[in-house]
Design a protein around this ligand. Structure first.
Ligand code: GDP
Ligand code: IMO
Ligand code: MG
Length: 421
């Protein structure tokens, strides 16, 4: 069976930390979508590491790491990531496998991302500008280059053909991007990556699963950024929900086992788009300060707000989450009052369902209030040790979402995690 771990909000739920913890119990960690727009933070022996394309099992010697076909790869970014890891994990390359079918992000994809965002002005998505959208557009438009193409003797020819198409497209934009300087490092990185272990990941995984290997699929971004079910058009360009695992790794739905869904004890979003429980006040500022809510990749300040159970119930449903993981519970330690949204007032009508369009509809959250806890969660070593108010808060979340909580994270460290079984 293949278990799944994915974010239930707008990303940055703490996936990196939790995968790093859970990796102890798995043989293979596999990324199934996204690309270097992800920033997954891990603390290894007190040292902070941010992973972008490499799965978060890389610090466990027994774990193989697969970059699946649903991922889009920026060769320069991946090469830099590997080079950064080698001093810490000299055997990283022997445990890293890349799907032939994963698509490549070209320098001109990054240029197109930047030009398109600049042209959108006020309505920009707030893309990470890593070329994600244009690379996935070429994939579905049947123009893209795949990782396996790096090994082809016609690679340069294929590249030139696609880059020419992009150059034509870039002419439509007023905004000029000096992308030519990115071409040489791109080819150098492709040369470097051509020596890595590439696999037909669908067959490779099938064999591993038949041998009884335990596999964990690691999601990037979050369910509310899903291309189909997120807050479109303020989304990323891949399927971030559990369904994306089947496409992104080539495994059948019947092989999916446990689905871990991660949520912060509050909510954040980086970039543009609707955010019903956003707090534009001192409380929001306090969440950002205590939670250190600044992007792992871009350093951008994250928008903060209360936990949104309406959106969570929706994303738990979409992925069939079997176990919840709540992170950053410690961040709420000093709040006198804690709120959670239990319904929306959407243009005057109360609902528990996420409306089709939350961009143009006025949404007023209906809140349930909880007293703050009288003992810091950060100092607790087990769930039984946590204050009663906190346990009641967890109980309410479980009942509302009709899903059990498996773990509560109360700090950045690998072991700052309380299991509830
Ligand atoms: P990811 O993209 O889902 O892997 O999450 P990020 O790494 O982008 O952001 C999560 C941030 O929260 C990182 O800086 C983590 O070190 C930090 N973090 C994770 N879990 C906890 C927790 O339980 N408490 C606190 N205070 N920080 C946490
Ligand atoms: P992890 O894996 C948070 C957001 C961007 C932007 C939108 C589209 O670290 O949770 P894109 O570059 O994909 O075209 O940007 O999605 N976004 C993320 N927000 N965490 C992420 O990844 C994100 N990846 C993309 O900010 O709003
Ligand atoms: Mg992140």
């Amino acid at each position: 069976m293949i278990d799944v771990l994915l974010g239930l909000q707008w990303g940055d739920e703490g996936k990196g930390k939790i995968v790093d913890f859970l990796a102890e119990g798995y043989d293979i960690i596999a990324r199934f979508q996204g690309g270097p727009n992800a920033g997954h933070t891990l603390y290894v022996n007190g040292k902070k590491v941010v992973l972008r394309t490499i799965p978060s099992g890389v610090f466990h010697k027994h774990c193989l790491n697969l970059i699946g076909n649903g991922v889009v790869i920026d060769p320069v970014s991946l090469m830099q990531e590997i080079e950064q890891l080698i001093p810490m994990q000299p055997d990283v390359l022997s445990r890293l496998f890349i799907a032939h079918r994963a698509h490549l992000i070209l320098p001109t994809h990054r240029a197109l991302d930047a030009a398109s965002e600049a042209a959108k002005g006020e309505e920009k998505i707030g893309s990470t500008l890593k070329g994600i959208g244009p690379a996935y557009m070429d994939k579905t438009g049947r123009n893209g280059l795949r990782f396996g193409d790096i090994l082809s003797k016609d690679f340069r020819k294929k590249y030139d053909k696609l880059a020419q198409k992009h150059i034509q497209m870039l002419r439509q934009y007023d905004h000029k991007i000096e992308w030519e300087q990115w071409e040489e490092p791109f080819f150098e990185a492709c040369e470097y990556l051509s020596k890595l272990q590439t696999v037909n990941s669908e067959y490779w995984l099938d064999k591993q699963l038949k041998q009884g290997k335990r596999v964990l699929a690691e999601g990037a971004q979050g369910s509310m950024l899903d291309i189909d079910y997120g807050t479109y058009p303020f989304v990323t360009s891949s399927n971030t929900i559990a369904a994306g695992v089947c496409n992104g790794l080539g495994v059948a739905p019947s092989r999916i086992g446990e689905v871990y869904g991660i949520t912060k004890a509050y909510c954040t979003r980086v970039g543009g788009g609707p955010f019903p429980t956003e707090l534009d006040d001192e409380t929001g500022e306090e969440l950002r300060r205590v939670g250190n809510e600044f992007g792992a990749v871009t350093g951008r300040s994250r928008r903060c707000g209360w936990l949104d159970l309406v959106a969570l119930k929706y994303t738990v449903m979409l992925s069939g989450v079997t176990k919840l993981i709540i992170t950053k519970a410690d961040v709420l330690d000093n709040f006198k009052e804690i709120k959670v949204a239990v319904a929306y007032n959407a243009d005057g009508i109360e609902t528990n369902e996420l409306p089709y369009d939350i961009c143009d509809v006025s949404i007023e959250p209906v809140y349930k209030k909880f007293d703050g806890w009288d003992k810091p969660i950060s100092s607790c070593s087990s769930f039984n040790d946590t204050p009663e108010v906190f346990r009641n808060y967890c109980d309410y979340i479980e009942k509302y979402l009709e899903t059990k909580i498996g773990y509560i994270s109360n700090g950045t460290g690998r072991d700052q995690l309380m299991a509830i079984f």
